[in-house]
Design a protein around this ligand. Structure first.
Ligand SMILES: [Ca+2]
Length: 562
């Protein structure tokens, strides 16, 4: 193992701050206009080594055991790898793969035994490992080669993040990985049965009080009109009542409407970092939820529904009228069970000043790292860009070959055989962007193609439009319609107020303390909401949280975020 001087975490964060303020190299890396004459990396154009020789890169990726591959296609021998070899003189050899749940462990073992693959995937939740690899000189420094070698597609995508995606991969001022950013537009929204609102003559709720009225009517006024007292208000996930960004069946938006930001490291008006779940604002939201539960507005059985799919079934079976989830969190079973179902997505409840608050996601979902032992990091960057263009379907010739080989156009079908696997690159605001195209198509009969639009995006427009005009009423087209038309539209609502957390990553003690803290916290939510404990138990929770390691984490986060 090559070792450089160990850089202290403070130094890393200095690099991070540089990227944030735009004075670091991240800014120029995100600027597509600065590309100089470079090896053309757009798919479909052959690049050759100056010596015409084959380059070999080993790689590791997530595996997809649930995907059935066509005969003759395996993760380490398939039409994609053949295409890369034949057209780009790169022999991609699968060093190892592991299921998502096992990937971090396998990577740790790989690091311990030495010999990292040339190109390897690293999950966003394994950020500490990335920092340690970068500090120990085990990653190729991409700072000076990124701009000239990454594809134009990824450059354009980078630009959409305004440098945000480079923040975590910039260590000590140097770019140490290719970031695959987390998309905006996946925050929780309120999903409601529009047909129930209409049946009862109710208005779309805006405030907490409005929502309480709607839930009360959903429970007590027979919204499904069958004369039986058989409906449920809000569906909640008992295994995790409160989660982070893009968490279905949680209660996050209720807390956000009280300006409480559970599970995030936030900064107060005095510039001090605190843990959102321990802030005094939490109590008001907890008191409200306890009251709602007592009044029967939250599913009375929710605490017992801990089996797989049980919570979702409460909504899809037609019993419940409301839940929180991202714009994509709609479930085809709801349509299968009731083809007449009508849903709407709403930015509610609003806070006291009319804002719909949410906390932005961690800037990086995952990354592709290049080992410092890699023989040609510049070429590795090129192949990452080429792989992405192929993955996104920008090369007609390749598409035909992949289709003939039976490589599914679906995400997981592709991820199973593409070397980049789960690392996907897309525009920061792609969900809103695609939603606008779908709206334009449905409202006017045509739409303007945006730069970098993929076949998948075009298919979504067609599916949603097909559902809207009645020519294609299937589960798949219903899903596209509800997600891309009904829900995505509210992402442009001016009431939306995205907030940045003060810090998104694990620190030194996270591995040993975090899970115990999380359990304590989730139990607190459950016991207070169902009234097993008084709201004042919250104060006891805060004390306990600090005692069993929360205060240590807070100090580490304050240090890391300096
Ligand atoms: Ca009923």
């Amino acid at each position: 193992m090559k070792k450089r001087n160990l850089v202290k975490i403070g130094a890393i964060v200095t690099g991070v701050s540089l990227a944030v303020c735009g004075c670091g190299s991240a800014e120029s890396a995100g600027n597509a206009g600065q590309s100089e004459s470079q090896t053309q990396t757009a798919a479909g154009e052959t690049t050759e080594n100056s010596n015409g020789e084959m380059t070999t890169f080993t790689f590791s990726k997530i595996s997809y055991p649930s995907v059935t591959l066509a005969e003759g296609q395996t993760p380490d021998d398939n039409a994609v790898l053949d295409y890369l070899r034949d057209n780009y003189q790169v022999d991609m050899k699968l060093a190892w793969q592991a299921e998502a749940s096992e990937y971090n462990n396998k990577l740790s073992l790989n690091i311990a035994s030495g010999g990292l693959p040339d190109i390897f995937y690293l999950k966003g939740d394994d950020y500490r490992t990335f920092v340690q690899l970068a500090q120990n000189g085990m990653l190729a420094d991409l700072t000076d080669i990124y701009e000239d070698n990454i594809s134009d597609t990824i450059k354009n995508i980078d630009a959409s993040y305004g440098g945000r995606n480079f923040e975590p991969v910039t260590v000590d001022g140097r770019i140490m990985a290719v970031p695959a950013g987390n998309l905006d537009g996946q925050q929780d929204v309120l999903w409601l049965r529009k047909d129930w609102l209409d049946n009862l003559g109710l208005e779309v709720p805006k405030t907490v009080e409005d929502l309480e009225k709607v839930l009360t009517a959903f429970v007590y006024d027979d919204p499904d009109g069958n004369g039986i007292d058989d409906t449920i208000g809000l569906t909640v996930d008992a295994t995790k009542p409160v989660g982070l960004y893009n968490h279905a069946f949680g209660l996050e938006p209720i807390f956000y409407s009280f300006n409480a930001y559970p599970s995030y490291w936030m900064k107060n008006d005095q510039g001090e970092i605190y843990y959102g779940s321990t802030a005094p604002e939490m109590k008001e939201a907890l008191a409200l939820l306890q009251d709602w539960y007592k009044k029967g507005l939250i599913d009375k059985q929710f605490a017992t529904r801990i089996g797989s799919g049980e919570t979702e079934a409460v909504f899809t079976s037609g019993q419940s009228g409301a839940y929180f989830g991202a714009v994509h969190a709609n479930y085809v079973d709801a349509f299968t069970n009731n083809p007449d179902i009508e849903l709407i997505a709403v930015n509610a409840p609003l806070d006291g000043s009319g804002k719909y608050n949410y906390v932005l996601p961690s800037p990086t979902a995952s990354m592709l790292c290049i080992s410092s032992e890699c023989s040609d990091p510049a070429k590795a960057l090129q192949i990452i860009g080429i792989g992405n263009d192929l993955y996104r379907g920008f090369d007609e010739k390749a598409n035909k070959i992949f289709e003939e080989a039976g490589i599914a156009p679906s995400s997981n079908g592709r991820r199973a055989v593409f070397p980049q696997g789960a690392a996907t690159f897309d525009y920061y605001n792609i969900i809103e962007k695609l939603g606008k195209a779908v709206k334009e198509q449905i409202d006017t009969g045509s739409y303007t193609e945006y730069d970098g639009i993929t076949q998948y995006d075009k298919d979504q427009v067609d599916l949603a439009a097909g559902f809207a005009d009645g020519s294609n009423r299937t589960e798949v087209s219903w899903k596209a319609y509800v997600y891309r038309y009904v829900a995505s539209e509210i992402l442009s609502d001016p009431a939306i107020n995205p907030l940045e957390a003060a810090y998104y990553y694990a620190t030194e003690s996270s591995a040993s303390i975090q899970s115990e803290l999380d359990t304590l916290e989730q139990e607190m939510y459950l016991s207070i909401i169902i009234g097993e404990k008084d709201v004042d138990y919250f104060d006891e929770f805060v004390e306990k949280w600090n005692d069993i390691g929360g205060s240590t984490l807070l100090e580490e986060v304050k240090e890391a975020a300096k």
